[in-house]
Design a protein around this ligand. Structure first.
Ligand SMILES: [Zn+2]
Length: 100
């Protein structure tokens, strides 16, 4: 479990200074469907490798993708001064708790 503060002191690229920002957890739907740019590149590189699933085995992609039990966390930061918001990705964890 990871404890994340509700308010972070972070740099805003639009204002050009640090300020206290509210942190929210981005809904996982953003990541659920697609791949990131790096993951897409990796996927293309591996084209043509690995089994496709025959009589004894399932395809390599099915077994490997289901093996992870944790998820990457996406945090949405919002600047109180200019209103700009962006997503900060966090390492893999099973559970997230926001602390004050
Ligand atoms: Zn700002």
């Amino acid at each position: 479990m990871v404890k994340i503060p509700e308010v972070m002191f972070k740099y805003c690229p639009k204002c050009g200074k640090h300020s206290k920002m509210k942190v929210k957890q981005e809904k996982s739907a953003r990541r659920a469907g697609g791949f990131s740019a790096m993951a897409r590149k990796e996927k293309n590189k591996r084209r043509g490798y690995g089994n496709l699933g025959r009589f004894s085995k399932r395809p390599v992609t099915q077994t490997k993708m289901a093996s992870k039990t944790s998820k990457k966390v996406d945090l949405r930061l919002a600047c109180p001064d200019c209103g700009k918001s962006w997503v900060l990705s966090y390492p893999r964890t099973k559970r997230v708790e926001f602390i004050k």
